[in-house]
Design a binder for this molecule. Structure first.
Ligand code: COA
Length: 320
C-alpha cells in the first residue's frame, strides 16, 4: 500500500500581469480576466528550463518534509515542455540532484500528466516493483507558447510540483480513472514536423496551438461525469470529498464543473488566477496554495482530475 509522504512546489520569480500582453497583442486586462480568471502568471528566465524548476520543487519537498531523495528508485517527470526530447527531463533531474540509481521516465500527457504520474507511482509501489517514486509535474510552457497568438499566449505560465510516493501500512489512494478522446487530438497540439492530425491540417510550428472553444466544451461536457464516476468507484459521495482539485485551465471551466456537480467553489482549490494554466504543474500548485491558506490539511480526502491535450483525462481520489 502507498501514500504521498512529501510534497513541494516551485514557481519562477518573474511575475507577469495581464497588462504585459496589452503591449504585444490586441487584448486587455478586462478581456483576459473575464474570459479566464487569470490575473498573473510566472515566466521562467532565459536558460531556466523544466528540469531546473523540477529540481527546485524537489528541494522544497525536502525542506518541507526533512526527507532525503538520494535513494529514490524511480523519477517520473510529467511535462509537455521538457528541456529537450532526449535525454528526458527525469534524467536531467536525476543528474542535477545527484540521485545515484533511479529509473527515469517522462509522462507526456499534457495537463493530465501529474495524475497519470501518481497512478504510475501507485502501481510501482503497490506491486513492489519500486519503493520510492518521485512524481514531478513541471512546465516551462512560456518557452513553447506562440506570443503572437492572442487566443493562447495569455493563458500559459511556468511552474513545478513534486510528490514522493512510498509504501505505507494503510492505503491512501482510493480510486483512479482515465480516458481519452483521440478523435479531438487536433484541437490542442504541439507539432514539430507533422502537419495533420485526424486528417485535419495543423501548424507544425513547435508551439502550443488550440481550438479554445472545442477544448472548453469537451472539458465542461465530460469532466463532471468523470468526477461522479470516480467518486462512485471509491464508494464515496461528493459530500465525502473534502476538496475537488481539477486542472486549473480556466476559472470559467472550473466554475462550470462546480455548477454541474452542485459542489461549492470554496472547496475547489485553483492555481489559475495567480499562475495561469501551468499544465501538469497546475494541480500541485493549487494544492500548495490551498495548504498555505489553511484549507487542505493532512488526512483530507482529495479528488484530483487532470485533463487536456489528447484530449485525455486522469483522476485520483486519495487521503492527503
Ligand atoms: N483578447 C481579446 N480578444 C480576444 C483574445 C484576447 N486575448 N483572444 C480571442 N479574442 C477574441 C476572438 O478573436 C473572438 O473575437 P470575434 O468574436 O471578433 O471573432 C472573441 O474574442 C471571442 O473568442 P472565443 O474564442 O469565442 O472566446 P472564448 O470565450 O471561447 O474564450 C478562451 C477563449 C481561449 C479563453 C477559452 O475558449 C478557453 O479558455 N478555452 C479553453 C482553453 C484551455 O483551457 N486550453 C488548455 C486546456 S488544458
Amino acid at each position: 500500500m502507498s501514500k504521498i509522504t512529501a510534497f513541494g512546489t516551485y514557481v519562477p520569480e518573474r511575475i507577469v500581469d495581464n497588462h504585459y500582453f496589452e503591449e504585444i497583442i490586441d487584448t486587455n486586462d478586462e478581456w483576459i480576466t473575464s474570459r479566464t480568471g487569470i490575473k498573473t502568471r510566472r515566466f521562467s528566465k532565459d536558460g531556466e528550463y523544466t528540469s531546473d524548476l523540477s529540481v527546485k520543487a524537489v528541494e522544497n519537498l525536502m525542506a518541507n518534509s526533512g526527507k532525503d531523495v538520494s535513494d529514490v528508485d524511480f523519477i517520473v517527470v510529467c511535462t509537455t515542455s521538457p528541456d529537450q526530447p532526449m535525454p528526458n527531463a527525469a534524467s536531467r533531474v536525476q543528474y542535477k540532484l545527484g540521485i545515484k540509481n533511479a529509473g527515469c521516465n517522462d509522462i507526456y500527457a499534457a495537463c493530465a500528466g501529474f495524475v497519470y504520474g501518481l497512478q504510475m507511482a501507485h502501481g510501482f509501489v503497490n506491486s513492489g516493483v519500486y519503493k520510492k517514486v518521485l512524481v514531478i509535474g513541471a512546465e516551462t510552457l512560456t518557452k513553447i507558447t506562440d506570443m503572437e497568438d492572442r487566443t493562447s499566449c495569455i493563458l500559459f505560465g511556468d511552474g513545478a510540483g513534486a510528490a514522493l510516493v512510498e509504501p505505507d501500512e494503510q492505503e491512501h489512494f482510493m480510486a483512479f480513472n482515465s480516458g481519452t478522446n483521440g478523435d479531438l487530438g487536433h484541437d490542442l497540439y504541439l507539432s514539430h514536423k507533422k502537419n495533420s492530425i485526424n486528417g485535419v491540417g495543423i501548424n507544425p510550428n513547435s508551439k502550443i496551438v488550440q481550438n479554445g472553444r472545442s477544448v472548453f466544451k469537451w472539458a465542461v461536457g465530460n469532466i463532471p461525469n468523470k468526477v461522479r464516476e470516480l467518486a462512485e468507484k471509491a464508494g464515496l459521495t461528493l459530500d465525502d470529498i473534502d476538496y475537488i482539485v481539477p486542472h486549473s485551465a480556466n476559472l470559467r471551466i472550473i466554475e462550470a464543473i462546480a455548477k454541474d456537480l452542485n459542489y461549492p467553489m470554496d472547496r475547489i482549490p485553483e492555481s489559475v488566477t495567480e499562475f495561469g494554466n501551468t499544465s501538469s504543474a497546475s494541480i500541485p500548485l493549487a494544492i500548495a496554495k490551498a495548504e498555505r491558506n489553511g484549507k487542505i490539511k493532512k488526512g483530507d480526502t482529495l479528488l484530483l482530475i487532470g485533463f487536456g491535450g489528447g484530449l485525455t483525462f486522469a483522476g485520483a481520489i486519495l487521503k492527503w
